[in-house]
Design a protein around this ligand. Sequence first.
Ligand code: CP
Length: 304
Amino acid sequence: MQHFLTTESLTLDQLTAILDTAESFINADGSSVKKVPLLRGKTIVNLFFEASTRTRSTFELAAKRLSADILTMNIAASATVKGESLLDTLRNLEAMHVDMFVVRHQDSGAAEFLSQHISPGISVINAGDGRHAHPTQAMLDMFTIRRHKGAFDQLKVTIVGDLLHSRVARSQIHALRTLGAKEIRVVAPRTLMPTQLEGLGVDVYDSVESALSGTDVIITLRLQKERMQGALLPSEREYFQLFGLTSERVALAAKDAIVMHPGPINRGVEISSSVADGEQSVILQQVSYGIAVRMAVMSILAGQ
Ligand code: CP
């Protein structure tokens, strides 16, 4: 692998190698190891054209724990605001002898575009592009699921929420399919359900109660208001009444079901505080595991 752009093209062996490598970076208490010399001498640039808390910070921590030098660009204070193109920004950073770029961009395909124009030997990691893909988020989600549930082949996984705008859901579905999840259920208001999902091997539900019944893993998605054009929903209040993850709805799932959310969460919109902070929630563990999983992806790309 030179680049890490999507989970769609990855084989079971590649997905498993990432999960196993991430496991090697985890301490007995579930935290990630503090320092290993695997990427000493390498330079990594975090290039985030869109807001981020979790992904940007965990990539930075992961790079530091691998002993790499990492530069996180402040795009708002960069020459981009003076009209410099994405490609020219890349060329100038390349001239600083960078080994790896971690790219988040509001346009689908931006990371792939950069990977096609980058010099040989430099890697691009997609940290989220438009509605298209967020492969490291999907991998940390798979890692969280595997740590709690073991094998995937008996698992029923339900994804609830704004699937139309979700790059995370698309990446999760590809990874879950390849890892052999027994059932992948999706449920959303009709206006937030993409038409082509059934072709991806998921079961589409209309009722959130039916979709949650007996499920082992619940993944809730944020309403991506920044990507919505026009009124796709009557109101957030009505959305919460019909699709919000409440304790009553979680009780329909398997007793030991885990509740996940890629973050950021909107309390009282897609999830109640009692569920987000409840015993079945693994939302903050997902964030913690993000460090080890991103260490795994970066070390594999660097050939370590
Ligand atoms: N899940 C996720 O991508 O969060 P950030 O936008 O904070 O990185």
